[in-house]
Design a binder for this molecule. Structure first.
Ligand code: HEM
Ligand SMILES: *[C@@H]1O[C@H](CO)[C@@H](O)[C@H](O)[C@H]1NC(C)=O
Length: 215
């Protein structure tokens, strides 16, 4: 069943490749928050439905730099997760779901293919500007400290390259967690997939000021 979903998505990706736009990352200037994001539109059906994954980082980026993530999802998405190491296990997972006109963000980690638990090594700060919902979509904007540098498989420190591409992964479930606590139980995903996200176009010289302005 999950395998079928992957095939469906792979087919969708092949379908989209010939018409371009959804393949790879593009640069988005978000007029609401002021951040410059690099954006990947992840197909989640064989149609044109996507989850938008946007990343902003400081420029210049120091060691273990913070990142701002903005995710825009259709209402059909119960929870959306971003895996910073490009796989489910041994990397920071940023999971979020709509909560009224706001969102719950939850920092998790998994050491096996079972429900991920709270991850104190990566902290999330929800930004109120850039977070909300309407009749068709919900979105959140959050700063993560600890998502771009982390202890991965085999206790090796992994640093995401601020000047190039990084393999990321996402997952989502149509089932929204019932709680507003970040450690709420989450249902297993319906779909997951991977992509190469260009961080070299995600730089913001005024990163800290933008975080402060949007919090
Ligand atoms: C209750 C929560 C979860 C359960 C029970 C679960 C379980 C699993 C299982 C059993 C697989 C293997 C599926 C297969 O081989 O076809 C898998 C794969 C995967 N999961 Fe999860 N998962 C959960 C949450 C998450 C979250 C929150 C994320 C990301 C934010 C995520 C990302 C992935 C990815 C990217 C894969 C592909 C294989 C890999 O990269 O390791 N999962 N999951
Ligand atoms: C609803 O929100 C999404 C995401 O922020 C946005 O793209 C869309 O234009 C909004 N729709 C309306 C009708 O305002």
């Amino acid at each position: 069943m999950r395998w079928n979903s992957s095939i469906t998505i792979a087919t969708a990706l092949i379908g989209l490749a010939s018409t371009s736009s959804a393949a790879g990352t593009t640069v988005v200037q978000d007029t609401v928050t002021g951040f410059t994001f690099s954006e990947y539109l992840a197909p989640i059906t064989t149609g044109s439905t996507v989850i938008s994954f946007r990343i902003a980082i400081p420029s210049p980026a120091t060691d273990s730099y913070d990142a701002v993530v903005q995710v825009i999802a259709p209402t059909s998405v119960g929870w959306a997760g971003l895996a910073w190491g490009g796989q489910m296990v041994n990397c920071p997972l940023t999971v979020a779901w709509a909560n009224g006109n706001s969102a719950v963000v939850s920092s998790r980690r998994a050491t096996s293919h079972t429900a991920p638990t709270t991850n104190p090594a990566a902290t999330l700060q929800l930004l109120s500007t850039g977070t909300g919902s309407n009749g068709t979509h919900w979105q959140y904007t959050a700063k993560c400290s600890g998502c771009t540098s982390f202890t991965g498989s085999g206790n090796q420190v992994k640093n995401l390259n601020p000047a190039g591409g990084n393999r990321l992964a996402f997952a989502f479930s149509r089932t929204r967690p019932s709680g507003s606590s970040p450690d709420s139980t989450i249902a297993v995903h319906d779909v997951y997939n991977y992509w190469d996200h260009d961080f070299s176009t995600a730089g913001n010289a005024d990163f800290e000021a933008l975080v402060a302005r949007n919090q």
